[in-house]
Design a protein around this ligand. Structure first.
Ligand SMILES: [Zn+2]
Ligand SMILES: [Zn+2]
Length: 348
């Protein structure tokens, strides 16, 4: 089969590799579509988490091509999507339910920029999800970023009557907006520099947008909500900020804008350490919280939203490329002005 192989910074080569074979507990999929993740971009441009000869791609859907011994509940040709994150299930974090923080997780599903992919530890409804009638494989391939959004919203504690600002409207930020809407939150302020991304968020149910490049985020959020005052500081009436951009320059404004008693959830990775004014955190009793990947429960909840049509993942796909144009697809995804999610398929 053909597969995209990493051969150095910004170099992905389509090569012939042996077809995978399904062993005990495995299936092989014909990959229909695979999305490009932010982490894949870091691998592509910086060589992060990858070395020569490895593949990439963990946001995918496909059809069952082969079924190994010991796999129940699937038939050849079934359309499925996959939870690529495989926790050990035995360590203290797994046993406490934080399977995303597993001490011994393997991401064995990460080579789907290829015609076929081998999936280990197949368990339907946990590791592999059967795509129902009426849901396309393209929509279902966004299960993984939606799961990231699901976890961030859960950790934020946002409730229906609150106002939530979502900073950064790449695929994760857009998924956060859609999860908030699906959970009944109507006060959603979307922040990004890209007009196209802001427009997409509005169409997905955001109530207002702010251009994050114009340098006065706190004032804009105060104008959109109203000013609130804590013992020492003025803030906006935003209860929760979900930071999906790793926007170093916006962080002071984010902390200033968040209402006293509010929360800031960090989903985006920052490219460098940043200084923050801890007094702002203390005097407003802000809760700062990281959100990393997703648990098994988050994936199940995310799949439920896709399967029941309560989110519109197709609207996030801005570009489609065949596998032969994998490098060009990565370049499309790197253009944050015009892309949200780029998907690659063997023949798309
Ligand atoms: Zn991803
Ligand atoms: Zn574990």
């Amino acid at each position: 089969m053909r597969a995209g192989i990493y051969r150095g910074i910004r170099t992905l080569v389509i090569e012939d590799v042996p077809d995978p074979v399904a062993g005990q507990g495995d299936i092989v999929l014909d990959v229909a579509v695979c999305g490009i993740c932010g982490s894949d971009l870091h691998s592509y441009t910086e060589g992060a988490w990858i070395s020569d000869g490895m593949g990439m791609g963990h946001e995918f859907a496909g059809r069952v091509r082969a079924i190994g011994p010991g796999v129940d509940g699937l038939a050849l040709g079934d359309a499925v999507t996959v939870n690529p994150f495989v926790p050990c299930g035995q360590c203290a974090q797994c046993l406490s339910g934080r399977t995303n923080l597993c001490a011994d997780a393997s991401a064995s599903g990460g080579t789907a920029f290829a015609e076929q992919i081998l999936i280990h530890d197949v368990e339907v409804g946990r590791r592999v999800f059967a795509i129902p009638e009426g849901v396309t494989l393209e929509e279902a391939c966004l299960l993984e970023p939606l799961s990231v959004g699901m976890r961030a919203v859960a950790l934020s504690g946002a409730t229906a009557g609150q106002t939530v600002a979502v900073v950064g409207l790449g695929a994760i930020g857009q998924c956060v907006v859609q999860v908030l809407r699906a959970q009944g939150v109507t006060g959603i302020i979307a922040v990004d520099r890209s007009t196209m991304r802001l427009q997409r968020a509005l169409e997905s149910g955001a109530s207002a947008t702010v251009d994050g490049s114009n340098g006065n985020l706190t004032d804009e959020l105060i104008a959109l909500t109203h000013a609130t005052v804590s013992p020492f500081q003025e803030a906006s009436d935003v209860d929760v900020v979900i930071e999906c951009a790793g926007a170093v320059g916006l962080l002071p404004a984010v902390l200033r804008a968040t209402k006293a008693g509010g929360s800031v959830v960090f989903v985006g990775l920052f490219s460098r350490p940043v200084e923050i004014d801890i007094n702002t955190v203390v005097q407003k009793e802000l809760r700062l919280c990281g959100s990393f990947a997703y648990t098994v429960a988050d994936v199940k909840n995310a799949f439920e939203l896709i399967a029941t049509g309560r989110v519109d993942m197709a609207s996030l796909i801005t570009h489609r490329r065949p596998l032969d144009e994998l490098g060009a697809a990565f370049d499309d995804q790197l253009d944050g002005e015009s892309s949200i999610k780029v998907v690659v398929g063997p023949g798309s």
